[in-house]
Write a protein that binds this ligand. Structure first.
Ligand SMILES: *Cc1c(COP(=O)(O)O)cnc(C)c1O
Length: 221
């Protein structure tokens, strides 16, 4: 696909292809998560109509309001919970999401483990790492990762990857590279990294899951 693109999805897919080509990877190995937070069902439907089935939401309540109806009309949607999660929302998150990306602390491991037991449903999770060691950001510390991993094992929570949100306003590549190294050192395969501004870079550094909102839906209010 070459510019001009018919749709934002075509454009994103062409950037994915470019990142893959540069790093000798295959586009099939990259999961594009369309981040539909804040956008109404009417904005999501065009992407569903184009065949996209993997979406990300950051708030449980908002996702509960939009997705049950959309899922009835479009089967096989895979919904990723990508935002900070409060422990008291664990049961709802386990019922709603097919993947959870922001598992970052012992209290949440406990709550999610309990919720998964109760629902008899194991939801695969990504461990979020505070890759830039920023005070205001979620994610476990780099040093705390092994401990958190063993806690998830004890709670029988399947871990499929690491996730990060690098510091805003500076080059993300070194942080992506660090997350990839941490995953490799800990025997973890998946890497949820890269957003609208930097997903091509993330792919070149090993991302398996990219979380793209603005480039697909336009600016959020
Ligand atoms: C909103 C959000 C995204 C998408 O960001 P864009 O810049 O709009 O692509 C990705 N990841 C998380 C955790 C988000 O909250």
């Amino acid at each position: 696909m070459e510019p001009p693109y018919d749709t934002p999805l075509d454009e994103v897919r062409s950037h994915i292809a470019r990142g893959c080509k540069a790093s000798r990877r295959k586009p099939e190995d990259i999961t594009l998560i369309a981040v539909s937070k804040t956008h109404p069902a009417s904005s999501i439907e065009p992407l569903l109509e184009q065949g996209l089935r993997v979406f990300g939401e950051n708030r449980v309540q908002e996702a509960q309001g939009k997705w049950p109806a959309l899922r009835e009309r479009y089967p096989n949607v895979e919904l990723h919970g990508i935002g900070q999660l409060q422990s008291n929302k664990a049961e709802e998150a386990v019922a709603l999401f097919d993947y959870i990306h922001a598992l970052d602390r012992p209290s949440l491991v406990k709550a999610l483990g309990k919720a998964m037991d109760k629902a008899d449903r194991r939801v695969p999770c990504f461990l979020q790492v505070n890759i830039g060691s920023e005070d205001q950001k979620g994610g476990c510390s780099i040093e705390g990762l092994p401990d958190l991993m063993s806690q998830t094992q004890d709670a029988d929570i399947p871990i499929v990857g690491l996730m990060c949100l690098p510091p805003a306003g500076i080059e993300a590549a070194p942080f992506f590279a660090l997350l990839a190294k941490l995953a490799q050192d800990n025997g973890i395969k998946g890497l949820s990294m890269g957003m609208s501004g930097d997903y091509e870079t993330a792919i070149m550094l090993g991302a398996t899951h990219i979380r793209v909102g603005t480039a697909l839906f336009g600016k959020r209010e």
